[in-house]
Ligand binder design. Structure first.
Ligand code: GDP
Ligand code: MG
Ligand code: ZN
Length: 304
């Protein structure tokens, strides 16, 4: 029996008629018929759609530690803005952009939270949408990825391990940084440290000619604030009292920053679900608060 196998080299594809495609997120060259970028795993449909536009899409980042509430927040935001008929509205571009909204809405409709975002970058959600704003004639294309929290941390600790995260951090023109209020109330410092690591990274990047994010907006968003009414009452004061190192970092390094509080669930409780061994935290009812305001602020402060 022979152990010889024939392996097709990818390089044959470069000789085909179609020209290679440079990923919009990380600039890596890809074969014309690839679906995902070979370096950062962003869907190349993003790049193809971006190439159709006269003005390049703006990349925004929604970041936070694992479990901070990124997927629930983004899914709810998309769902709310895509159903609006006036004010700030959003239209998804391409079927892949609807996945996260659909998963979140479907889970909440069954009184559950969506499953955790997988670590593998080829399974992250990417949203490409068109923003329509009152009194602004031209719609603006926006790209927002939803990476797993562990991958963000891994990239911050070991640069180069997740090229997708690195590319997004370098490319994004504004950040919403999510901080879990429940964890802060429980006395866990990890949420604050995570946010500070992200801000430390951003502060080292160049913004135009200067070092540091002097012009780009950073919104700090306290999630799950249904569990902490004082946070809702005054997020800025809450930050100053309960996350003082993060608050100081924002004051000193990011001239354009603001604090917000949000929640998707109007209370939550534990329930035993058929396919889970342990009781699972579920939303008691869906009662979105403070979802649109932080995003609206971010969009307003992104430099033209
Ligand atoms: N009480 C409450 N819990 C929430 C809310 N949003 C998310 N959670 C909880 O936080 C968990 C993680 O949310 P997820 O969006 O998956 O976090 P991610 O890892 O940052 O994407 C969910 O499974 C819920 O248990 C909220 O608005 N209120
Ligand atoms: Mg997630
Ligand atoms: Zn790429």
């Amino acid at each position: 029996m022979s152990h010889l196998v024939s392996v097709t080299l990818d390089s044959y594809q470069w000789t085909g008629g179609q020209s290679p495609i440079d990923c919009h997120i990380c600039n890596a060259a890809n074969t014309a018929d690839a679906d995902l970028c070979q370096k950062c795993f962003a869907p190349l449909a993003l790049t193809r759609q971006a190439q159709e536009q006269k003005t390049a899409p703006v990349t925004l980042a929604v970041l936070g530690a694992a479990g901070a509430g990124k997927t629930v927040y983004l899914g709810m935001l998309m769902d709310m803005l895509s159903r609006r008929k006036t004010g700030l509205q959003l239209v998804a571009r391409g079927a892949f952009s609807i996945n996260m909204q659909q998963t979140t809405a479907r889970a909440l409709a069954r009184s559950q939270f969506p499953e955790k975002t997988p670590n593998e970058p080829d399974r992250w959600n990417w949203v490409h949408c068109q923003l329509r704003r009152p009194k602004v004639r031209k719609p603006q294309d926006v790209i927002i990825p939803d990476p797993a929290g562990e991958s963000i941390l891994e990239e911050l600790d070991h640069p180069g391990s997740y090229p997708g995260v690195q590319a997004v951090l370098q490319r994004c023109r504004g950040v919403l940084l999510l901080v879990d209020t429940v964890a802060i109330e429980e006395g866990s410092p990890d949420q604050e440290y995570f946010a500070m690591k992200v801000l430390g990274y951003l502060a080292e990047l160049r913004d135009g000619a200067k070092k540091g994010w002097t012009q780009r907006p950073v919104g700090i968003l306290f999630t799950k604030a249904d569990q902490c009414e004082t946070c809702f009452e005054n997020p800025q004061r809450y930050a100053q009292r309960r996350a003082s190192a993060l608050w100081r970092q924002c004051e000193e390094l990011f001239p354009r920053h603001a604090f917000f509080a949000c929640s998707v669930a109007g209370g939550s409780g534990y329930r035993v679900l058929p396919d889970h061994e342990l009781p699972v935290l579920v939303p008691l009812r869906v009662e979105p608060r403070g979802i649109v305001e932080p995003f609206q602020w971010l969009i307003q402060h992104v430099r033209k």
